[in-house]
Design a protein around this ligand. Structure first.
Ligand code: GLU
Length: 451
């Protein structure tokens, strides 16, 4: 008789916890998906007999390696680098590289797991992966960052390739770091291929890649509001973060007629009741990226705003909220506050910014709530378009790409409706995204047999 994984959810999760000790973020990400999937696959014997859920919750491989580099004072420094190749059932592994002191195997495994479903939702042929290092770029000189990137790629290059695994940026990795890593890859292999995305426009990059995650999150938010006959005009928005995703989400909110009240960084949040206009957003972009400054300096530049040290912005009353900083930055208590203050919609720009308690609060309140794997997929979607352009050795026009991004976000919204419509006017976007994303990957895995 065939062995089946037809167990209940608690038993399945017990197994996941046992196999992944000390990896709370990974367990959390699997649990969030499993909660929705279990009901859907209840009667689908094929998935059970083929142990698809069990297989999908086990990365194809986790590579970990030593990264040595020399700092400006001549000290030898040692960091740990990783690449998690989670699943390539529907395309080459694809996902960003994160440089942050919080990076460890659990964080990258959760990110690679989420990435697999997110990438499937885009409709483009991309599998899921993620990489990074516990290297902290904060306070490092540009030369130190270059040397670190080169050393990191000297090991990573043997695990990636344009048809194998295509990394990109994430927290702590932007255009500059992609440039150093691409340069090193090209030097080692003597190949100019689309092995990384988020490249500069002169050397194979795509227009709108930089804006895509933030813009896409707001397109998704607008799609959700449209199901209630509403738009963003006159709506107040609370946004966390001040990096690429947050500033471009803010920019699109402003373009669509909304008012942005907050932005933040690890030091605290800025509350600007007059609204964070395009001019102020441009100041933040320059201050954070080029001057590598802190958000607390905002209040000196724009009097009328206040800085709230060590705090997150979720207590500021708003119509819509966009967590765009990092994982588990919005806890159950924050979710309850947002709901109590009348927040109507939440679209995640970051990956898993809401903890499980918070997810349950939003679901119970029947909020318009989009998980990151649906609403922040615009970034990786344009990465997928960058891969297509690299393969075809051509570059699409900005209007073409803008339209493709809008269409992809609308397509993801539609997939969420297909699998998340609970009746009575309530769409469970988490459930919709989890089922739609997983279904495509699972069906491909079924086709491949036991591999
Ligand atoms: N790091 C981004 C994400 O979380 C983008 C990944 C990519 O473009 O490959 O989706």
């Amino acid at each position: 008789m065939a062995v089946s994984d037809h167990v209940d959810l608690p038993t399945f999760m017990e197994g996941v916890k046992k196999r992944n000790p000390h990896q709370p973020e990974f367990v959390q990400a699997v649990q969030e998906v499993a909660e929705d999937i279990f009901e859907f696959i209840g009667d689908k014997e094929d998935y059970h007999a083929q142990q698809i859920l069990r297989r999908i919750a086990e990365p194809d491989r986790v590579v970990s390696f030593r990264v040595c580099w020399e700092d400006d004072a001549g000290n030898i420094r040692v960091q740990r680098g990783y690449r998690v190749q989670n699943n390539n059932a529907i395309g080459p592994y694809k996902g960003g590289i994160r440089f942050h002191p919080s990076v460890n195997e659990s964080v990258l495994k959760f990110l690679a797991f989420e990435q697999t479903f997110k990438n499937a939702l885009t409709g483009l042929p991309m599998g899921g992966g993620k990489g990074g290092s516990n290297f902290n770029p904060k306070g490092k000189s540009v030369r130190e960052i270059m040397r670190f990137c080169q050393s990191f790629m000297t090991e990573l290059y043997r695990h990636i390739g344009a048809d194998v695994d295509v990394p990109a940026g994430d927290i702590g990795v932007g255009g500059r770091e992609i440039g150093y890593m691409f340069g090193q890859y090209k030097r080692i292999t003597n190949e100019f291929t689309g092995v990384l995305t988020g490249k500069g426009l002169e050397w194979g990059g795509s227009l709108i890649r930089t804006e895509a995650t933030g813009y896409g999150a707001v397109y998704f938010l607008a799609n959700m509001l449209a199901t209630k006959g509403e738009d963003l005009v006159g709506k107040t928005a609370v946004i966390s973060g001040s990096g690429n995703v947050a500033t471009h989400a803010a920019e699109k909110i402003v373009q669509l007629g909304g008012k942005v009240l907050t932005l933040s960084d690890s030091g605290g949040f800025v509350h600007d009741p007059d609204g964070i206009t395009q001019e102020k957003i441009d100041w933040v972009k320059t201050h954070k990226t080029h001057r590598r400054g802190r958000m607390q300096d905002y209040v000196a530049a724009f009097p009328g705003a206040t800085f709230h040290e060590g705090k997150t912005p979720w207590g500021v009353p708003c119509d819509v909220a966009l967590p765009c900083a990092t994982q588990n930055e919005l806890l159950g208590e924050d979710a309850r506050t947002l709901v109590a203050n009348g927040c109507r919609a939440v679209a995640e720009g970051a990956n898993m910014p809401t903890d499980l308690d918070g997810v349950h609060v939003f679901k119970a309140a029947r909020l318009l709530y989009a998980p990151g794997k649906a609403s922040n997929a615009g970034g990786v979607a344009v990465s997928g378009l960058e891969m297509s352009q690299n393969s075809a050795r051509r570059a699409w026009k900005e209007e073409e790409l803008q339209q493709m991004l809008k269409d992809i976000m609308l397509g993801i919204h539609q997939s969420c409706l297909t699998y998340g419509d609970q009746g009575g006017g309530y769409i469970d976007y988490v459930k919709g995204a989890n089922i739609a994303g997983r279904k495509k990957v699972a069906d491909a895995m079924l086709a491949f047999g036991v591999v």
